[in-house]
Design a protein. Structure first.
Length: 95
């Protein structure tokens, strides 16, 4: 497992790229509803904070198999959340 500091940096990097993409689209396409952009941006920030907090506090620190399972679930949750946010961002462009 990678160390927690690198995991937290990776999570922050991924979500900051999503946030930049969201605001870039709103700048390039002025017809996009700003309230929807803001709602997605708030969601990105909240999810990022949540995942960073979760990365720092694994369950069952004394049992390596529980920790491994915890981080596998965390990676899966991050991937699913990123996929949903990407769909939301692309939905902005198609409206």
């Amino acid at each position: 497992m990678a160390n927690k500091r690198n995991l937290k940096k990776d999570i922050q990097s991924i979500f900051s790229e999503l946030l930049a993409e969201c605001y870039t689209l709103s700048y390039i396409f002025p017809q996009i509803d700003k309230t929807k952009v803001d709602a997605i941006a708030i969601n990105i920030i909240e999810k990022s904070d949540d995942f960073v907090k979760r990365a720092g506090k694994p369950d069952g620190k004394e049992n390596p198999s529980i920790v491994k399972t915890y981080y596998k679930k965390l990676y899966k949750d991050v991937a699913e959340t990123v996929a949903v946010i990407i769909q939301d961002i692309h939905a902005l462009k198609s409206n």
